[in-house]
Design a protein around this ligand. Structure first.
Ligand code: ADP
Ligand code: MG
Length: 264
């Protein structure tokens, strides 16, 4: 049964999409069965996975609004060796249409139910806002990964985001957990980044991943080749960092499973 992870932060440009693509590819490289769901009408995760957003027949819109079976919406021919639910401009309309439908917050959760046992991990790339699309992602997910840049206002934004996630979760998904906070585009020579990083660890302790994603030009270039960084330049610091993140997530999940067995 897949673990469903939403990659969310209402701020744009913090590395959500880069994390979604490269984490999906890294998990797939460890032979996990992976589905990536692009919920951002910009379709960057779609293009970055090697799928042309202008050429796709079905998108997250069909899944959410028309309740098309997931099996008919999933693309299997991506360059990252994982499966994909694509997004493009059509998904903007989904956000509006969803307002009028029954059970609008749990459309994605319901849509994933029939395919959930076919995957080990399902990642959801969220848009940079707390709209109904993001609410659908949070309602469907077991846990949230929050990518963030270690900047001056980052902690404030993070506290607000955590509060909102908590409130939403109470309404639609009480079991939702914070899987982890990921430091992205990290430059260890930047003193402010180090200060913010220290504060982050003080506040959120082991919720902060030990793996840090460095600022790395290969991660920024890879989408223009329609491939995750590990297929474009596997020796790059960016590709290695996301592989390390996948490893850290797997270890965390294994130790959580062992703990729950011990307490049963
Ligand atoms: P979001 O999805 O949160 O809006 P993106 O993943 O699209 O953020 O990243 C924003 C921009 O920063 C993109 O141009 C992306 O290529 C670039 N970027 C993301 N992570 C890194 C990184 N670790 N190093 C260098 N550039 C990055
Ligand atoms: Mg994005």
């Amino acid at each position: 049964m897949a673990k469903i992870i939403a990659i969310a932060n209402q701020k744009g440009g913090v590395g959500k999409t880069t994390t979604s693509i490269n984490l999906a590819a890294s998990m797939a490289a460890t032979r996990r069965r992976v589905l990536l769901i692009d919920l951002d009408p910009q379709g960057n995760a779609t293009m970055g996975s090697g799928v042309d957003k202008y050429a796709v027949e079905r998108t997250a819109y069909d899944l959410l609004v028309d309740q098309c079976p997931a099996a008919e919406v999933i693309e299997t021919d991506t360059s990252g060796k994982f499966h994909l639910v694509a997004a493009n401009g059509d998904v903007t309309a989904a956000e509006i249409k969803l307002m009028e439908v029954f059970a609008r917050e749990v459309r994605l959760r319901n849509a994933l139910e029939p395919v959930r046992d076919q995957y080990d991990y399902i990642f959801i790339d969220c848009p940079p806002s707390l709209n109904l699309l993001t609410v659908n992602a949070l309602a469907a997910a077991d846990a949230v990964v929050i990518p963030m840049q270690c900047e001056y206002y980052a902690l404030e934004g993070l506290t607000a985001l955590m509060d909102t996630i908590g409130q939403l979760a109470q309404l639609v998904n009480p079991k939702l957990e914070i899987e982890g906070i990921l430091r992205t585009m990290y430059d260890p020579r930047n003193r402010l980044a180090n200060d913010v990083s220290d504060q982050l660890k003080q506040h959120f302790a082991d919720k902060v991943y030990r793996t840090v994603i460095p600022r790395n030009v290969r991660l920024a270039e890879a989408p223009s080749f329609g491939a995750p960084a590990m297929y474009y330049d596997k020796s790059s610091a960016g590709a290695k960092a996301y592989l390390a993140l996948a490893g850290e997530m797997l270890r965390r999940q294994e130790s959580a499973q062992i703990t729950s067995l011990e307490t049963e």
